[in-house]
Each structure stands twice: as structure tokens, then as C-alpha cells.
Design a protein around this ligand. Sequence first.
Ligand SMILES: [Zn+2]
Ligand SMILES: [Zn+2]
Length: 439
Amino acid sequence: MRDINELRAAIKSAVDAEKEQLIEIGRHIWKNPEPGYREVKTSKYLVEKLKALGLQVKENLALTGFRADIDTGKPGPTLAIMGELDSLIIPTHPEADKETGAIHACGHNSSATAIIGTAIGLLKSGVLNDMSGKIALIATPAEEGIELEYRLVLIREGKIGSIAGKPQLIREGVFDDVDLAYMTHLTSGNFGFNDHNGSIQKIVTFKGKSCHAASPQNGINAQNAVCLAQNAIAFMREKYSNSDKIRIHGIISYCGNSSNVIPDEARMEYMLRAPSIPELVALGKRFDNAVTHASLAAECTCTIDTISGYMPLFDNMKLGQVLKDTVEYLKPGAPFNFNNSFFSSCTDMGDVASIVPGVHGYCPGYSGASHSASMHITDEYSSYVTMSMLNAELCLNLLYGDAATAKEIATDRKGLLSIPEYIKLIDQFDGSITSEYKE
Ligand SMILES: [Zn+2]
Ligand SMILES: [Zn+2]
């Protein structure tokens, strides 16, 4: 067996040799953004790249996702390396798609590119002979919890069971044989990893009665219910201290269309975030209570559809240590956040990391604020090339020799759920309640 340092250098130079191609892929996806469960072109484009590398690809997983396996031919654990396909929608971003407003303002085009870069790093370096087990490259759709009404339609049509891609892939059995999982997300900060909040999503529909707005006494104004509900929701924040890490935020998705008609329908989409399942359950109940009573005060009928969003993310510390060592090899002395701050945002990597040991790592590459019109990729080499190296080097470090490191981490299942337990847990959130106003 060759020395691991020789193999590490081989991966680094194999990926670096394809840097022009990787930067071109990253730019192509940036220029062709598609939001969740609509990533048809992005998926096709990447699948062709993987097929060109000689890999077989299972397509149409969770609608637009795919999986390609790289098998060392020797028995051992299956390590999932993921990349995300979906964009956000921020029409005011200067580079947003003119028609759809879509833009990769979370940098998912980098982790999507790194799927190809990881394959290049493993296949073109000749390292597989000195590794055991399997690498499952998984492209995951719909990480961002947006366009809830569209996704609720997909759920009602039976096309998906979860609004986010990774839970949907888990439902479809894509992770059944996976033993441990990793993905890198782009950041404007340091290398590292951090635990995250979990979430549930709410779609609220208020129904009233339309009439001429010059005689409002003849109608029931659904907009008034939105107004009261948003105030009641805002007052809920008094119940939480900073250390509770609760986040409550939403939008009015529809609120009438003519100022001379009293709106008979208004809708809101909300996201509720908390660091644990019991806190999410309690937060959801408090939200339902506030909204229902606001609706009654406005004499409206309201329906609250609740959909599970993301599990809280608890990173695996042993895998986090392997990530730290890998970063130290690639970027000696680079600052590394070893789970030393909690992120109030969510990721569906939390779902994967609740069924297998997992880590959601970060690699620097952009400036400006995430999820905003100011986000821009400023370091293309780091975003597409370094991230690819990082993924491939991590695979080597975990699966080198008889894959002893991966085997040990795979047994570290404290607090993890079986897939049926996980599905039962997230399904408990889904449901619909209607509160009718009676005179
Ligand atoms: Zn995001
Ligand atoms: Zn993201």
C-alpha cells in the first residue's frame, strides 16, 4: 500500500489539473440558476459530466436529484458526498435570472460543481486501489425552504413527501446503504463546521368575504387577519431569550389584488426555527394559537398547513476532526471553526446527520451577505477547486487502507435514528387545522 501523503498529493494535482473545467462548470451553474424541485437543466448538465467520467448515474431521485457511486471494489463503508442543486429567488440581485429572479445567492453552484471535482479527484489520481468501501456522490435538490405553495402542490400530487430534497431522498431509500455523510457549503467566513437550528414551515390561509371597499361593513377583510396575526406573531418573540435561539419569520404571499375590493383571501408563509424537536413542537403550537385567535378577532376562517422543514443539525465531532485535519493538509494554518458557534439558520443536512454520522463543512469563497443581493463569488479557485479537493481528500482520509477511520466513525451512532424512526418523527409535524369563525 502506498503512503497516504503520496495519495494526497496525487488528488491535489489531479483536481488542480482540471481547474479550468471546474471553474467553467461553477460559472455555468451560477449563470443558469434553478430553484428547488425545478433543477432540471442543472441536473442534466451535471449528469452528462459524470457520465463523461465513465460513471453510471441513477437519475430522477427526489424529482431532480441523482446519485453516482465510485466503488473501490473492496468491502467497506459507504460514504455519501453531497452537493446541492438549487438556487434562491432574489430578483433584485444584479445577476438574477431576468425571468425567474433565481440566483445562487447561497453558493450552491459550488457544492454542485464539487460533485464533479470530487469524482475527478478520486478517479484521475489513481488513489482508489489504496482505499476500501464506496463513495456515493449524491446531488440533492431543494435545500432552500422557498416556494412553499408550489411544493405543497407537489406533496398533494404525491410527487414528494418532503419540501426539502434530502428528506425526500431519505424517503426514497437513497440513503439506505449509506454509513456516513459529508458535504461542503460555501461561506464568506472560515473553513469549519457548526451545528444549526431545525425548522417547521407554516402556510396560513385566511378566508373572509369580498365586497366593494367603499362599503367595507358588508365584507370580511382577510387582510385584517394578516395584520393582526403578524402582530401576534411579533409579540411571541417576547417569550424567548437570545439563548433560546428561536427564529420566527415569514412573508405575506397573497393579500388581495385591488384596493377597491375588500380581500376575501390572504395567505402567509412562515418558517419557525428552534434547536431541538421539543422546542419546535412547542413553538408550532404557540404559533397556531396566536394565528388562530388573530383570525377570529378579524372574523375570518383560517387554515394552517404545517410541513416539516429541517431537523436540527448535530455534527459528528469525530468526522469534524477528520475535516479539520484535511483542511490543515490543504491550507496549513487556515483558521478553522470547530463547531464553536451555533448557526440560527437551518439545512437539510440536519436530516441526513440524524440518521448517519455527518458533518456540514464550510469552505470560503464569496463576499457579501448570504441570501442577499450583495452575495458574489469572489474566489473562484477556492469555491470550485479547493472545495473539490477538500471533498476528495476527505474521502481518502476516511477510506484509506481498510477504511478503518470511516468504520470507526460509522459506529458512533449515539443519538441517531433509524430511517423508519426518522420518518415517523418528521411526519408527526405534517397536518392541517382549520378554525372557522362563527357569528
Ligand atoms: Zn441558503
Ligand atoms: Zn445553502
